[in-house]
Design a binder for this molecule. Structure first.
Ligand SMILES: Nc1ncnc2c1ncn2[C@@H]1O[C@H](COP(=O)(O)OP(=O)(O)O)[C@@H](O)[C@H]1O
Ligand SMILES: [Mg+2]
Length: 241
């Protein structure tokens, strides 16, 4: 709509936004580019009903193992997501997910540290800001943990060894580039106990509230948030001209 109305904007174009927004499509591009992302199956509701839930779910558990993460293919804020630790809990998780989306993403659950890496481009190419570690009080970064004060604590920068920080930054930049993004993004990933990152998703329109992750990362990098935003806006305006 912004392109149609000839309005300049910060961020990537519609094509890249659409790609990043659809988790299985984005994961396929990441995997093609050699960027680690947990194994997954995307299952549309219609097929789920047609083929018989039990048969399909058995196959998924055989393929991916347990535990699993079930989430809507499009969406966010943790709505419709569930961790599945035993096969018997999978049908209910699928039904819960289908309340939010007509296709479910079933993904291998990766235990580890929840980390968000913000990427910004102030004119010298994309740069990864310090990773932010997310510690939900009850262990799950769901809707309540995100939007209720006191339910989540953050460490900015994340408590990671410098070599892991470098690896994570490299993977986040590679994801930003592989998806054809522009200006800014936030790469959500899990860092496992061996220090290996696994990309979950890339957000093209990261949260900008006082408790959001990109502003925390900007602060951790020692940058002024207002100046960063000013620079992004100026660049978007210049591109438009
Ligand atoms: N495969 C996974 N393994 C472990 N935790 C996961 C996995 N997928 C999602 N999570 C958890 O759920 C949260 C939300 O998942 P994410 O893919 O970022 O979706 P969204 O933020 O769009 O709801 C993550 O920050 C993480 O805490
Ligand atoms: Mg996320």
């Amino acid at each position: 709509m912004l392109d149609l109305c000839d309005v300049p904007y910060v961020g990537c174009d519609a094509r890249a936004s659409r790609l990043a927004w659809d988790k299985p499509s984005a994961k396929a591009v990441l995997r093609e580019a050699g960027i680690p992302t947990p194994d997954w199956v995307a299952l549309p509701h219609d097929r789920f009903s047609e083929l018989g839930a039990v048969a399909v779910l058995d196959r998924i558990v055989d393929r991916l193992g347990l535990p699993l993460m079930v989430k809507p293919t499009q969406g966010g804020s943790g709505l419709g997501t569930a961790v599945v630790r035993d096969a018997a809990s999978l049908p209910a998780a699928m039904v819960g997910c289908f309340a939010y989306d007509s296709t479910a993403l079933v993904e291998r659950y990766v235990p580890g540290m929840d980390v968000a890496v913000s990427v910004i481009d102030l004119g010298d190419g994309p740069q990864a800001l310090p990773p932010v570690e997310i510690v939900p009080r009850n262990g799950v970064y769901d809707y309540a943990a995100r939007y209720t004060a006191g339910r989540t604590t953050w460490h900015a920068p994340a408590r990671l060894d410098p070599d892991v920080v470098q690896t994570v930054a490299g993977v986040a930049l590679a994801a930003h580039t592989a998806l054809g993004l522009r200006d800014l993004s936030r790469v959500d990933l899990i860092v496992d106990s061996a220090g290996q990152p696994h990309v979950l998703e890339v957000n093209v329109s990261p949260g900008m509230t006082e408790t959001s992750l990109l502003p925390l990362a900007v602060q951790a990098a020692g940058l002024d948030f207002g100046r960063v935003l000013g620079s992004l806006v100026s660049r978007a305006a210049a591109r438009h001209r």
